[in-house]
Write a protein that binds this ligand. Structure first.
Ligand SMILES: Nc1ncnc2c1ncn2[C@@H]1O[C@H](COP(=O)(O)OP(=O)(O)OP(=O)(O)O)[C@@H](O)[C@H]1O
Ligand SMILES: [Mg+2]
Length: 434
């Protein structure tokens, strides 16, 4: 009995040591208990636990190249945010997201529950400590939980509490430029064609004149005024132009009916002040998909147009923009021949104006602008065949690596950065929200 006990203990402790669990008192107790029982089945069971642990840790390494710290951090880089480590590295090779990368935009994809929001939390906490203001569009009310550990967040329930007039012109921006941009955003999202677009633009410019805005007044017409002006036009009711107006009115009146409380204002909340806060979270749940897109596009156009008008270029990262559930705003099916997308422009030119976008989605099927313009791409576990194929091409994965995409655990992701040719596997821990 004694001999068996010592042999079994020695054997199991050897296995525990291989997976570095031998120093844990609970494991020691488990091994002693199993050895003392002398029961073969119990002994085998405990042994299997260690073998599985070993498979997970050592014998099943991700089929990816492991970059050395020198390869990852060869060029001098600016400040970085620690978000995880390269998988299976002992000692750990830390992985940082640099501000320059945020400025050149980041794309995160992965199926539900894989850890995308968790990564946002790590990045957010880093940005806050580096004093970079963050603008978040949150469809799932996830970021309000961050208030538990940091009360610097301004959380706005858009549908319930926000006052927003898309036709209010940001300080310093030419009203005619603004009118055109907002009309184009609305027409793109609501699929209003050229006839309707021209009528809407003329109507708004007329209103801007009537409200004295072309001579400096900051009393702005709101959505209600636009609807009234369209209704009172003297265009004959049986003409083709009237048909365009009817379509337009249908869209705008629906918007008004659904969001009267939000749109019923002349200036609305000061976005200048809001964007100076360390972090603003716009909770967009309850807005329809097209309204969400109009809202985000108009809000982002605010700093974009202002910085363009003021020639504020090349001042580094001034706002990080988080787009959670980005499939609405980066819809691949939208007709890019109609109207104007501020998010596409920000992805192409925002870098110069200090606007860096981090977009996350459950699917890789997104507007090509984010694929072309994101410097860093991070892919968590994906399920569907066509998605996996796309990732294989984007990340230049071999077959082994591609099949691993469906086996990634929660918190594990493949990363691709242009400055390092091989994609590699990352582990991002759970974020301590307290
Ligand atoms: N490394 C990790 N280890 C264990 N649990 C984790 C890890 N990372 C995240 N989690 C947990 O997994 C759950 C899902 O994470 P998260 O909300 O970040 O996923 P998501 O990709 O944003 O999902 P969705 O697409 O549904 O929004 C959370 O409870 C989170 O705490
Ligand atoms: Mg999420």
């Amino acid at each position: 009995m004694d001999e068996h006990f010592f042999l079994a203990t020695e054997l199991l402790m050897k296995q525990a040591k291989e997976v570095r669990l031998d120093n844990q008192p609970n494991i020691q107790k488990l091994v002693m208990g199993a050895a003392a029982s002398g029961d073969i089945e119990t002994l085998e069971h405990v042994s299997r636990i260690f073998q599985i642990e070993k498979l997970g840790r050592i014998d099943n390494p991700a089929p990816f190249y492991k970059p050395t710290p020198e390869e990852l951090y060869s060029e001098p880089k600016d400040e970085g945010i620690l978000v995880g480590r390269v998988k299976n590295t002992h000692p750990s090779i830390p992985f940082f997201i640099f501000l320059a990368w945020v400025m050149s935009h980041i794309l995160i994809v992965g199926r539900t529950g894989c850890g995308k929001t968790t990564l946002f939390f790590w990045i957010l906490s880093g940005l806050l400590s580096l004093n970079i203001p963050v603008i978040i569009f949150d469809r799932k009310n996830d970021f309000r939980h961050f208030l538990r550990i940091n009360n610097n967040l301004l959380v706005i329930r858009v549908r319930q509490d926000f006052k927003f007039n898309p036709f209010a012109v940001p300080e310093g921006v030419d009203p005619l430029v603004w009118a055109e941009v907002v009309v184009d955003i609305i027409c793109r999202e609501f699929k209003i064609l050229e006839g309707g677009r021209a009528i809407l633009l003329i109507t708004i410019i007329e209103l801007y004149k009537r409200f004295g805005m072309l001579s400096g007044s900051r009393n702005f017409p709101g959505l209600f005024d636009v609807i009234e002006a369209l209704k009172s036009t003297n265009i004959p009711r049986n003409s083709r132009r009237w048909q365009s107006i009817e379509t337009l009115l249908g869209r705008l009146e629906t918007l008004w009916a659904a969001h009267e409380k939000m749109f019923d204002c002349s200036i609305g909340f000061s976005l200048d002040e809001i964007f100076e806060r360390p972090c603003v979270v716009f909770e967009t749940n309850g807005l329809s998909d097209d309204m969400t897109s109009v809202f985000i596009n108009v809000i982002l156009q605010h700093p974009y147009q202002q910085r363009l008008a003021r020639q504020e270029r090349g001042l580094g990262l001034r706002n990080a923009i988080f787009l959670e559930e980005a499939r609405h705003i980066l819809n691949p099916f939208i007709n890019s021949n109609i109207g104007y997308s501020s998010i596409e422009n920000i992805l192409c030119e925002g870098r110069e104006l200090g606007l860096g976008v981090i977009a996350a989605a459950q699917s890789i099927n997104l507007n090509p602008a984010i694929h072309i313009n994101s410097f860093v791409k991070i892919c968590y576990s994906l399920g569907k065949g066509d998605e996996v194929k796309k990732i294989q091409t984007t990340f230049q994965l071999d077959d082994d690596q591609t099949s691993y995409l469906t086996r990634l655990n929660i918190g594990e992701a493949i990363v691709k950065i242009p400055s390092f040719k091989n994609p590699f596997c990352l582990e991002i821990p759970r974020f301590p929200l307290g």
